[in-house]
Design a protein around this ligand. Sequence first.
Ligand code: ADP
Ligand code: MG
Ligand code: MG
Length: 252
Amino acid sequence: MSTLAINDLTVSVDTEDGPKEILKGVTLTINSGEKHAIMGPNGSGKSTLAYSIAGHPKYTVTGGTVTLDGADVLAMSVDERARAGLFLAMQYPVEVPGVSVANFLRTAKTAIDGEAPKLRTWVKDVNTVLEQAGLDSTFSARNVNEGFSGGEKKRHEIAQLELLDPKVAILDETDSGLDIDALKVVSEGVNRFAEDADKGVLLITHYTRILRYIKPDFVHVFINGRIAEQGGPELADQLEAEGYEKYSSAAV
Ligand code: ADP
Ligand code: MG
Ligand code: MG
């Protein structure tokens, strides 16, 4: 059983004109066994929340707390957050020039476990997760995100998720730019991960499409740096029908 607890989080981003407040008090608890979806219009601060939990240097936490099983996530380095069991798949993954997928995965796994994975099972494990993500074994020789299609980036993220086996996965716009086949593969991967009662999922998305394949237990509507409404899966259906229009008076 693990719990990621976000309490009254306020965050500013560094811009050329100085700091700009984006998150204006976000409170959210994700327990293992739960799938949460954050939905909201563009610019509402969804990615800022993900980056802040990840420890991205551009984002400054000005108030509130984030804890994983009671441990202060905000006091941890980016690596420590991963070791503690947080996994973050970002909306705009970066290229890692000259580092192959195989080396990247092995380095990440070693950093998280504190020891190198056993060679005998490792290659098999990598091939299994790549295959499940619909990637063939030659993919492991390619450089991370270099020339990857949108679909390949997301499939690679799902392979990472299954291999690294975190406690809580935060997936930012994991559905963006995916064709229907890739969307299904990615959704199946997230569902496989979430089947385990020890895992929690925070799925961030602008569109309801992925929520036909990944059924959230809780839906949070994000408007202007705050959660404006919370509900169950029926809230996603309502948003699909009505959009974010009715919240526009609360928007920026
Ligand atoms: P969402 O993911 O919901 O589309 P973001 O978190 O990306 O929203 O952005 C929220 C707001 O913060 C937007 O107004 C955006 O322009 C601003 N913002 C986010 N990151 C930066 C940044 N690195 N520099 C300047 N402004 C930023
Ligand atoms: Mg955006
Ligand atoms: Mg975003």
